[in-house]
Structures are given as structure tokens and as C-alpha cells.
Design a protein around this ligand. Structure first.
Ligand SMILES: Nc1ncnc2c1ncn2[C@@H]1O[C@H](COP(=O)(O)OP(=O)(O)O)[C@@H](O)[C@H]1O
Ligand SMILES: [Mg+2]
Length: 994
């Protein structure tokens, strides 16, 4: 009795490759292919999602689909990107752990689209308060903006991201997005000055040129695209359009997105002027100077235009390009002289300046986005990694080296977390297991990043030598790594290549330009020029120094080791880098970013999306067998399948398994208090008719392992049916419950491994609800919204803190070893100045705590206790008679607590129970009054309630920003609360589904 109907008409092949009847590479390919041809682009391998680019709109996204996937377990529904998003979100809420979704695949495989669908899904299933909406809007709008500046048409993808991106969304304790952070990686800045034939520069340039009004064209001195060297350099007639991309509309979207992320119009103007200047820089040419080897700008008028767009002096602009200041000596003896630059050198400086300006501008835009979604506190996050996949080109340079390096490290995480850990668990549990061989690429990662002798370290070292060049570099590599399994030298006459044997295949790297790109120097003259600009944007972007994201302790250790073990080359010892002097090379910076990324990823529960690009022609539903086979191979899908196949789709400790399924066994119902393992054996023994125990089940030392999902469906169905039967028996309340299939559906949807309080919870809810009616009925008007009371609301731990270690430890410290969290929720508190402040409330068996979260510290602490009120100190709780949500907890011998929450019914009901229990049956006193007098820190104060017919203005001091049914206004000695008429105090709330 599965509760979700699959679209059986479209059940082609198998949805999960672990269900293939024949396990071979060819059947894997065949299954992907037949599904792809039917437009079924998603297939799973256990928890890993394979996604194939359909190159056409399939109508499988949007609100209807989102509703189908919301809260569903992946076993119940066909694989989908929404399913992964939902799983990550559910895990974040229920386990309270950071999650990350790692999307990989080659360029054009659909990574960025996938990441957008994930964002869309999360935005759609979360709350809608004003601030949450703002954050969501900014996160969604950041996309077109980043794409305008960071994407370009390439031969592989018309909208190819030319940077890597890790986007973290941070959630508040209620599970709504409260902010986020984008980290960008390695923008392909060489594209600014040159593109392969048939490719374009970054979209923004064409947007600016095509989308600007006549007036803007004049202001920014814009030309037509074919007049720019930087847009036509490598093509007889440049490529100015891209299929499916409208630059004029794009420009409007970009401007709009800029507004949303807080880039105002004056700043936009500076950005556009800078972009125009970058393009014009490319048109600058140089002549040999009349005297000597130097050079001069040929077109002074053009130089003037550029200088005025950049807000710099034209003469200084020229001198910074055609000469270079060199300093010698030290301290007081330092002397500086100017070295004229040749025409080639001047052109090099020009291009370097254009590239640097653009990439710094891009970083600036990312910073602006981050500022607008920055959160000061640290909460749980879902990170989505959309990063360039493996690149193997004809000519692979430093960029490919870096890209493949990050992929190599990502593959290592994948191996660690999916293949290695899983197999280790089988061994630990003593499960019969034939190990699956997989390629462990740790050695390759070491080859690249190990200190002090890895390619990146050697490269940095070589960059420190004045006489170091690409050739000395390759000699060094050959010398150190000739015996390394992942390295080969190229025996050719022109010795300019080396080979790395990556997990995805052999890649020939061309050393030309490695040192230069790694040094990434921009001559000081140009930096000085930019920072002297009257344009504040240029000053800001050139002055900005990125923080080094290394752990200082670790870095110190590395340094110590570095100086102890010495350099690979002794002569370099004099260049031992110290903290500040160490030149920050591109490789060093990238490695830093990768290290910090890995740190983030390892602190998350990972989810994987492996994207496949089915053909190179961007053609809908076309399947290129050899291309696909190549990708399947290097994404490691087959090994992944082998481990999953040989492995078990479900594992759970005996005790947790019993807690979930005890009610379906004749011998374990109604209560099993014996040994959990024995219980599991008994229970499963009753199912031998339906489940082939021998084939499907193994018992480990502490866990049960089930091989396929089908027996799990059976267990779940039996459980649902059993709960349903029990419900029928329990009487009339349950009739309603029985009609409400949603509850069964929710139950089935909860991740199977998780313990769940099942039907007991429902019974508890009904009891509590009746109790809440007895407290409020005839005393207080009902809030129109609160009539929709959901059963789930009675669980009480709204902030999911039961399993939060720090919360548990803090409560135990404050209250003793028996402290148990009973309730957690967010409230508003009225301050002594009658302002609304955010607090969270924790309630144990004997105490109420108010807390405020802060940035987590090293010791794991993430909140501070503001107030501690033992139940015994509570005198009474007062409410108004109207439909507002304020209440005051009056405290003996102390100032009172004036609070507000739309969950007051649950809070008060549970609190009154806990109170009576703790104080031996004493009843908590409630008062309902027209106005409430109380004491705050300053002295006597008051809550005055006024019934009004309509609420005109939105009060900033109102706790419920969204369609409030009451507002609050701070007066000198009291808080005035205006309340709309509610429902009669005699009305009852009903239980409805949520
Ligand atoms: N799920 C999808 N449905 C329809 N078209 C898609 C989908 N995924 C990708 N595409 C198409 O493929 C193009 C390239 O996808 P993109 O996500 O930019 O690739 P990547 O980021 O991996 O380089 C998109 O512009 C879009 O036209
Ligand atoms: Mg992309």
C-alpha cells in the first residue's frame, strides 16, 4: 500500500541502478540510455543522483513537482534533483547537521542548472516572513548577476560558468533561510583579453554594448562589439551572439539583480565605466619610442578616454604601462629608478591590468552579494558546490592543472565517504563481504599538494628564484617525480610537457606560462595607478586583500616542518617565506581555497549529483555512446554501483530498528523489553514468507543490514497498516485520523532509519489539544490563524535541539545530570524600553531558560543564557482576553518576563503539564485581563490592549511582520497592543493537517 503512486507509464529501465538484474558496465549504460531517450534524465545509485542533460525543457520542474517531492522519502518517488534537495533539507532539520550537495560533471553537463533547481526548491518549501523572503530573493537574484559577470559562451556550453562556486545557505532555528555566503573559485580571467574562435568574452560585455541606451553609450564611450580588439582578437569576424541568450534582456536583469543585492545606481555607473575602460584598454597600441628600447602609446586620445573612464591621470596611465619602477637597496638606502618597457612588455602590462581589473571587479561583486546576505550568527547550512569538472584539452595549462587538482580532491572525498567508509563498516560489523576494488587517488592528490615536495610547492619555490623559468621548473619536476606512479615525463625533443595520471585519465600539461600564471604579478605601478583613482570602486577593488583562509595553527606547523625539512633545493633557503613577505602566488591561494573548501565539505553530510553530458552538440535527447562511457568511467559510477550492489541499502542498529517496527511483530507487540538483537531476529523470523531473509538480510554485531529497498517497502507498509488498525480501535478521535491519509504519508516519508514516536505521538497530541482548550476556551478570543492547529506542533522541540550536544551539556550544567529538554521555540521578548527582541526559549522539566544565539565558538558554544526561571519562582501567567499572542510570566521577587509567540497554545499547555508534574500536582495559575500590569527592569510597566477594526500601518515594532492580526507600539511607560477582533472565545480549534 504505497501511498505515493509512481507514474508507471513512464517506468523505463530501473530508477535505481542497484536494482539492475545484470550488473555490468554495458547494462548500466543501456539503462541510462533507454531512460534518457524517454526523457527520464534522473537515475539513482543508492543515495547518488545521476543527472543527464536533456537539452530541452521537460516540464518536470515548478511548483506542482515541488509539492510532489516535499517531505517524501527517496524510496517512494522517482529520482529527481528535488529529491536530493529535500533529503538534504530534511536531514538538516532532523539531524541538525550541516549538509552539502556536491555537483560534478564536465562543462555543459547541467551542473549550474541543477544548482539553480536546488535553490528554487529550498526557497519554495521554506517560510515567507519579510526577512526570509528578502534573503531568498537575494540568493535567487545573485544567480543572473554572477552569470552575467562569470559566464560566457564556449564551444561546449552557451552559458558556461567560468568560475567555481560554493554557495552556502544558512538556516535559522526554525528552518528558514536567514542568510548565506558565496565563495568563488578561480575565474578564468584570461577570457577577458582573448577567446577561442567561436567563443565569447563574459556575457556582461555584450549586455553592456547591446543593452545600453544611446545616452549610456555616450557616457561610457561604448563602441560596437566588432570595434574591440578584446572581442575579436582570435577570430576573423568575432562571435557576438549566443543561441538562447538575449543580451538586451540580460542587461535589464543584471541591473535589476544589482539593485536587489544592494549595488545602487552610482555604483552601477562606476562598474559600467570600468567595464568600458577594460574593453578600450585592449584597443591601446604602442609604438617603439623614439629614444632607446622603450615604447609610447600610439593613440593619445584613446588613452585620455580610458583615463577619464577610470578616473586617473592620462600621463600616469601611460607611464605605468610603458615603464616600470624598480627599487634596489634597503631602508634609507633604497633607490628607485624607472625601466622603460618594450612594446611587447607594455602590451603584456596592459593585458595584465585588464585581467586584474576584471577579476577584482568580479570578486567585488561576490563580496557585495555576500554583504547583503551576511549573517552574524553561525547556524546550520546547506552548501551547494557547482564547480568545473575535469578538463582534458589538447593544450592543458596552469588553469586545467588547478581545475583538475580540485576535482582530484573532490574525488577523494567521494571515495572516502561512499566507498571507503561503507566498506570499513561492513568489516567492523563482521558482515560477509568481498571487498570491491576502487582506485584510491590519494597518491595523486599528494603529488600535487604535498609539502614541501609536491608540484604546487615546487612551483612556488621556483617562482621565488629570479632565474626560475618554465624550463627549470619542468627539470625539477622530472627530477623529483620520475618514479612517481602518477607522474610521467615526456621524452620529446621539446621538453615542455609533463603528464599527470589523474583518476580520470592521463593529462598532458604544457609548462609554458606556468610560472608566470602562478606569480600572477601585477606591477606595482599599475596598482598605484588604480588606487590613486577618483573612482572609489577602483580604489576599493585594488586595495582589497583577501583573507587567507588557513588555520593559523596548521600553517605554523607546516612552516616549522618546512624550515626543518628544508627546501627541495637548498639554494632557495634564503627565500624562506615568512608570514607577510611570502608572495601570494595563484597556486598558493588556490590551494588555500581548496583546503578551506574541503574543510567545509568534510564538516557536512554530503549528497552527490553526478552530471552527464550525453552529446557534444547540445542536441536534445541525443546519446553519444563513447562520450557517455567516458564520463561514466571517470565519474566512477560503475565502482560506485558495485559497492552499492554488493552492499546494503539500509543499515540500522538493532535497538532503533525495534523502536520503529516492534508493532508489526506478533511476539514483539505490544512491548519488547528483551535484548534488541533477539527481538529483531524474532520479528524478522515472522516474515520469512514475504522476505527472503537469507538473501536480503544480514545481522552484524550491532546492526541489521538489508540489501534491497523492496523488503523495506514491505516493512513500512506493514507498519502503516498496523498503525492504521490500531487507530481504528482506539475510537472516535481516530476516525478523523483514519480519514487523514496525510499522516500516514508523512510517516512513510520520514527517513526510515530514524526513530519515530509514531502513533503514540498522535494520541499525545489529541490529549494535549483538549487540555489547551480547557485553558483558553471562554477566557480568550481565538486568533483566526491559530484555529489551524497542527498535530505536529505538539512535538514541542521546534528548534530540533534534543540532540544538540551543546544544548544538552548546558542544561545539564545548569540544572544537574537529569535535565531533559522538553520544549524549544523562538519567541519575541518585550524589552524594558518596550522594544521587541528576539529570544529563544528552552524549557526543561523544571526550568525556563531564555537564550540568545551567537557565533559558535571553538568550545562548541553557540548561545548565551539570558534568564533562568525555575518553575517554583513562577507566580502566574497573564494573558489579554483578545486574540493577540502576548503573555507575561510573573516571577516571584524578580522582574517579570513579557513575551509573545504564535505558538503560545503549545507552549502554555506543555508548560502547565511540566509545572504540575514538577511541583507535585500544583496547578499553574492563569489570568486573563484587559490590561496587564507587570514589572520590568526599570520598574512597573503595562501591556495595554485595544481592540481595533483594522490595522493601517505596519509597525516596525510588531512581532508578526507578516499580515499581523495585532500590532504593538512602544509608549513611554507601556506597550500599546492593537488587536483585530478574533474568533469568539467559545470557539474551538480543530486539528487539521498541515
Ligand atoms: N535539467 C535541464 N533541463 C533542461 N535543460 C538543461 C538542464 N540542465 C542543463 N540544461 C541545458 O544545458 C545547458 C548547460 O547547462 P549548465 O548547467 O550551464 O552546464 P554546466 O554548469 O555543467 O556547465 C543549459 O544552459 C541548458 O540549456
Ligand atoms: Mg556551470
Amino acid at each position: 500500500m504505497a501511498t505515493f503512486k509512481r507514474d508507471l507509464t513512464k517506468n523505463v529501465g530501473v530508477e535505481d541502478l542497484i536494482m539492475l538484474t545484470e550488473v555490468s558496465e554495458s547494462s548500466l549504460h543501456e539503462n541510462l540510455k533507454i531512460r534518457y531517450k524517454e526523457g527520464l534524465i534522473y537515475t539513482s545509485i543508492g543515495p547518488v543522483l545521476v543527472s543527464m542533460n536533456p537539452y530541452k525543457q521537460l516540464g518536470i520542474y515548478g511548483n506542482d513537482q515541488i509539492n510532489l517531492y516535499k517531505g517524501k522519502h527517496e524510496f517512494e518517488i522517482p529520482p529527481h534533483i528535488y529529491s536530493i534537495a529535500d533529503k538534504a533539507y530534511r536531514a538538516l532539520r532532523s539531524e541538525g547537521e550541516n549538509q552539502c550537495i556536491i555537483i560534478s560533471g564536465e562543462s555543459g553537463a547541467g551542473k549550474t542548472e541543477a544548482s539553480k533547481y536546488i535553490m528554487q526548491y529550498i526557497a519554495s518549501i521554506t517560510g515567507s516572513s519579510t526577512e526570509v523572503e528578502r534573503v531568498k530573493k537575494t540568493i535567487l537574484e545573485s544567480n543572473p548577476l554572477l552569470e552575467a559577470f562569470g559566464n560566457a559562451k564556449t564551444l561546449r556550453n552557451n552559458n558556461s560558468s567560468r568560475f567555481g562556486k560554493y554557495m552556502e545557505i544558512q538556516f535559522n532555528l526554525g528552518g528558514d533561510p536567514e542568510g548565506g555566503k558565496i565563495t568563488n573559485y578561480l575565474l578564468e580571467k584570461s577570457r577577458v583579453i582573448n577567446q577561442t574562435q567561436g567563443e565569447r568574452n563574459f556575457h556582461i560585455f555584450y549586455q553592456l554594448l547591446k543593452g545600453s541606451s544611446e545616452e549610456e553609450k555616450k557616457t561610457y564611450n561604448l563602441l560596437s562589439p566588432d570595434q574591440y580588439h578584446y572581442l575579436t582578437r582570435n577570430a576573423s569576424n568575432g562571435c557576438f551572439t549566443a543561441d538562447g541568450i538575449d543580451d538586451q534582456i540580460g542587461f535589464k536583469q543584471t541591473k535589476n539583480a544589482m539593485k536587489v543585492v544592494g549595488i545602487d545606481e552610482p555604483l552601477q555607473k562606476e562598474i559600467f565605466a570600468t567595464l568600458s575602460a577594460i574593453l578600450l584598454l585592449g584597443n591601446l597600441s604602442f609604438n617603439k619610442s623614439a629614444s632607446g628600447n622603450g615604447s609610447v602609446i600610439s593613440d593619445k586620445k584613446l588613452a585620455n578616454t580610458i583615463a577619464s573612464l577610470m578616473g586617473v591621470d592620462a600621463i600616469v596611465l601611460e607611464s605605468s604601462l610603458v615603464s616600470r619602477q624598480i627599487s634596489t637597496g634597503q631602508g634609507a638606502r633604497i633607490s628607485t629608478y624607472s625601466v622603460p618597457q618594450t612594446v611587447e612588455q607594455a602590451m603584456y602590462a596592459r593585458d595584465a591590468f585588464a585581467k586584474a581589473t576584471y577579476s577584482k571587479l568580479f570578486d567585488f561583486i561576490v563580496r557585495k552579494i555576500n554583504q547583503s546576505i551576511e549573517v552574524k550568527t553561525i547556524g546550520k547550512v546547506i552548501g551547494v558546490l557547482d564547480i568545473y569538472g575535469f578538463e582534458i584539452f589538447e593544450n592543458n595549462s596552469f588553469e586545467q592543472f588547478c581545475i583538475n587538482y580540485v576535482n582530484e580532491t573532490l574525488q577523494q572525498i567521494f571515495i572516502d565517504l561512499t566507498l571507503k567508509t561503507e566498506q570499513e563498516e561492513y568489516v567492523q560489523e563482521g558482515i560477509t563481504w568481498i571487498p570491491v576494488q576502487y582506485i584510491n587517488n590519494k597518491a595523486c592528490v599528494d603529488l600535487i599538494e604535498k609539502k614541501p615536495i609536491g608540484i604546487l610547492s615546487l612551483l612556488d619555490e621556483e617562482c621565488l628564484f629570479p632565474e626560475g623559468n618554465d624550463q627549470t621548473m619542468i627539470d625539477k619536476l622530472n627530477k623529483h617525480f620520475s618514479n612517481h606512479t602518477h607522474y610521467s615525463k615526456v621524452e620529446r625533443q621539446k621538453n615542455s610537457q609533463f603528464i599527470i595520471n589523474h583518476y580520470a585519465g592521463k593529462v598532458f600539461y604544457n609548462i609554458d606560462g606556468f610560472l608566470d600564471k602562478n606569480r600572477d604579478t601585477l606591477f606595482n605601478d599599475l596598482v598605484t595607478l588604480a588606487t590613486s583613482s577618483s573612482c572609489s570602486l577602483l580604489v576599493e577593488i585594488f586595495k582589497y586583500v583577501p583573507p587567507l583562509e588557513v588555520d593559523p595553527e596548521q600553517e605554523k606547523k607546516n612552516r616549522d616542518k618546512f624550515s626543518k625539512n628544508g627546501f627541495a633545493n637548498n639554494a632557495a633557503k634564503t627565500f624562506i617565506p615568512t608570514d607577510k613577505k611570502r608572495p601570494i602566488t595563484a597556486g598558493f591561494q588556490f590551494k588555500n581555497q581548496v583546503t578551506s573548501l574541503l574543510k567545509s565539505l568534510y564538516s557536512c553530510s554530503p549528497h552527490y549529483v553526478r552530471c552527464i553530458k550525453p552529446n557534444s552538440n547540445m542536441r536534445a535527447l541525443e546519446w553519444d555512446q563513447s562520450k557517455c562511457a567516458e564520463q561514466v568511467a571517470y565519474l566512477g559510477l560503475f565502482e560506485n554501483l558495485l559497492v552499492r550492489r554488493a552492499g546494503y541499502c539500509y543499515r540500522q542498529t538493532f535497538s532503533k530498528f525495534m523502536r520503529r517496527y516492534y508493532m508489526i511483530g506478533k511476539s514483539t507487540w505490544p512491548k519488547w523489553s528483551g535484548d534488541a538483537e533477539k527481538g529483531v531476529n524474532l520479528l524478522m523470523g515472522e516474515l520469512t514468507q514475504e522476505i527472503n531473509i537469507k538473501e536480503e538480510v544480514q545481522y552484524g554485531k550491532t546492526k541489521i543490514f538489508i540489501r534491497n529497498p523492496q523488503p523495506l517497502f514491505l516493512l513500512e507498509d506493514k507498519r502503516n497498516k498496523r498503525l492504521n488498525d490500531l487507530a481504528t480501535k482506539i475510537g472516535s478521535v481516530w476516525k478523523m485520523y483514519k480519514q487523514r491519509k496525510w499522516y500516514l504519508r508523512t510517516l512513510a516519508a520520514i527517513k526510515i532509519q530514524r526513530t519515530y514516536r509514531g502513533w503514540l505521538l498522535v494520541r499525545e497530541c489529541v490529549k494535549l489539544k483538549n487540555q489547551s482548550i480547557s485553558i483558553f476556551q471562554n477566557n480568550k478570543e481565538r486568533n483566526r490563524q491559530s484555529i489551524k492547529l497542527s498535530k505536529a506542533a505538539f512535538i514541542g522541540d521546534f528548534l530540533s535541539l534534543t540532540r544538540d550536544n551543546y544544548t544538552t551539556a548546558t542544561l545539564k550544567r545548569e540544572e544537574g545530570p537529569n535535565a531533559v529538554l522538553q520544549l524549544s521555540l523562538n519567541v519575541s521578548k518585550v524589552s524594558r524600553h518596550h522594544k521587541i527582541q528576539k529570544r529563544s526559549l528552552l524549557v526543561t522539566n523544571e526550568t525556563i531558560f531564555t537564550i540568545t544565539p551567537h557565533k559558535p565558538k571553538k568550545d562548541g558554544s553557540w548561545f548565551a543564557i539570558k534568564r533562568k526561571v525555575p518553575f517554583s519562582a513562577i507566580e502566574k501567567i497573564s494573558f489579554s482576553k483578545l486574540s493577540d499572542d502576548f503573555f507575561v510570566i510573573h516571577i516571584i521577587n524578580e522582574h517579570d518576563l513579557c513575551l509573545e509567540t504564535n505558538k503560545k497554545t503549545v507552549l502554555i499547555t506543555l508548560l502547565s503539564n511540566l509545572y504540575s508534574k514538577h511541583l507535585n500536582g500544583k496547578e499553574l495559575v492563569f489570568e486573563f485581563k484587559d490590561s496587564i500590569q507587570y514589572r520590568n527592569q526599570k520598574g512597573p510597566s503595562e501591556l495595554k490592549f485595544v481592540k481595533v477594526d483594522s490595522i493601517h500601518e505596519k509597525s516596525s515594532n510588531s512581532p508578526q511582520a507578516n499580515s499581523p492580526s495585532f500590532t504593538a507600539k512602544a509608549e513611554k511607560n507601556y506597550l500599546k497592543v492593537c488587536v483585530l477582533p478574533g474568533l469568539s472565545s467559545e470557539s474551538k480549534s480543530i486539528l487539521i493537517e498541515k
